[in-house]
Design a binder for this molecule. Structure first.
Ligand code: SF4
Ligand code: F3S
Length: 111
């Protein structure tokens, strides 16, 4: 079991989640964060910390595609462990439907 990041994180990236993860299993792309399913210990503390409600347990139905995407990008993006400013315009992007089409495959810049 793992937790997964869904598309409402895209173009928001609040990053509150990375501060609370005990095993530092978040990975950062240019405009999305993902969880490495093999590293997540399923503690659940990140889920209520996300202002965008973008983190869910994989016990919820219909998340197969999201688990695949989290796995794919966790393998190629850099680890992120320190909170940073949300993305510019995040207030307008929070809650926008169908944000997967906005996904950039580029890795995050880090700090
Ligand atoms: Fe990290 Fe726990 Fe969230 Fe998994 S459920 S990503 S271990 S905080
Ligand atoms: Fe994304 Fe929520 Fe973390 S918006 S960066 S999953 S706090």
């Amino acid at each position: 079991m793992t937790y997964v990041v869904l598309d409402n994180c895209i173009s928001c990236k609040y990053t509150d989640c990375v501060e609370v993860c005990p095993v530092d299993c978040f990975y950062e792309g240019e405009n999305w964060l993902v969880i490495h399913p093999d590293e997540c210990i399923d503690c659940g503390v990140c889920e209520p910390e996300c202002p965008a409600e973008a983190i869910k347990p994989d016990t919820e139905p219909g998340l197969e595609d999201w688990i695949k995407l989290n796995t794919k990008y966790a393998e190629i993006w850099p680890n992120i462990t320190v909170k940073k400013e949300p993305m510019p315009g995040y207030q307008d992007m929070d809650g926008v439907e169908g944000k997967l089409k906005l996904l950039s495959e580029a890795p995050g810049e880090g700090d």
